[in-house]
Write a protein of this length. Structure first.
Lengths: 185, 79
């Protein structure tokens, strides 16, 4: 397990705040790491754009001379600071948005930077129907997708978005819900 | 009509505005870093994994880095 792991099956050394005694974690899931491709691409673009600007500025000093050098330096520093803030914000959003499947319930931890977090859960007795979908080329190639659960709880829809191996996750949740139904929970 | 004194005044005003905007950006960055550090520690108690320590170290280094940037920029602005 490393910081970038998005699919953990029966992980060791993982616990969560509301875990009950004897409750076993089956899956800890995040969005597939490939879903971070967009912001990683733009932040790398953000890193190299000022280099192109400086190169252009050196090649064409007469064109760029109307911009004071201190303004130029300030703008470049500000650009890199904003880029760094963007990277940190996107990374911790991805890292702390976690879905947990235990032997008793499913838990959705939503983290919205910088001030909001929401934890929703549903027991298997409340899960009525499960399904999964893979909707585009990226999801098919990298084997990730959405898992949907219809519940009888207050929160009607329980969705895991862009999780790796959605068929395995859906199958396991379905089995656990069926077992809970057979026990009459 | 702008005389030379007017241009110098405008240039000084631009300098002050640029420095002020940089000052506020750095202050915002420091505040952001501290909020991120707090959030990382709070969320690490919600979902406890073996690798949270690396994210905590990263968030802490980010705060240190923000203060270092502030120090170097203010030193440049003042001197």
């Amino acid at each position: 397990m490393n910081v970038f792991t998005a699919f953990m099956e029966k992980p060791e050394n993982v616990r969560f705040a509301t875990q009950e005694p004897g409750e076993k974690i089956i899956f800890v899931l995040r969005r597939h790491f490939i879903t971070n491709f967009g912001w990683i691409f733009f932040s790398i673009l953000g890193l190299i754009l000022p280099v192109f600007y400086m190169q252009y500025s050196l090649d064409n000093p007469e064109t760029m001379q109307f911009i004071p050098s201190n303004l130029e330096n300030t703008f470049i520093i500000a650009w890199y600071v904003v880029d760094l803030i963007y990277v940190i914000e996107r990374f911790i959003t991805w890292y702390f948005n976690v879905y947990i499947v235990t032997d008793r319930r499913v838990i959705d931890i939503d983290f919205v930077p910088l001030f909001q977090k929401r934890i929703s859960e549903a027991t298997y007795a409340n899960v009525e129907d499960t399904s999964f979908s893979m909707n585009n080329l990226f999801q098919t190639i990298f084997n990730y997708g959405d898992v949907f659960m219809q519940t009888a709880a207050e929160k009607r829809e329980f969705d895991f978005h862009d999780v790796p191996n959605p068929s395995i996750v859906q199958d396991k949740i379905s089995n656990l819900a069926a077992a809970a139904g057979n026990r009459g929970e | 009509m702008i005389n030379n004194g007017g241009i110098t005044d405008l240039s000084n005003l631009l300098d002050v505005l640029v420095n002020l905007s940089l000052f506020f950006l750095i202050v915002l960055y420091i505040i952001f870093s501290i909020i991120v550090l707090r959030q990382v520690f709070l969320m690490s108690d919600v979902i406890i994994t073996g690798v949270n320590k690396y994210v905590k170290i990263f968030a802490f280094l980010n705060v240190v880095f923000s203060f270092l940037i502030a120090y170097f920029i203010f030193a440049t602005l003042i001197f």
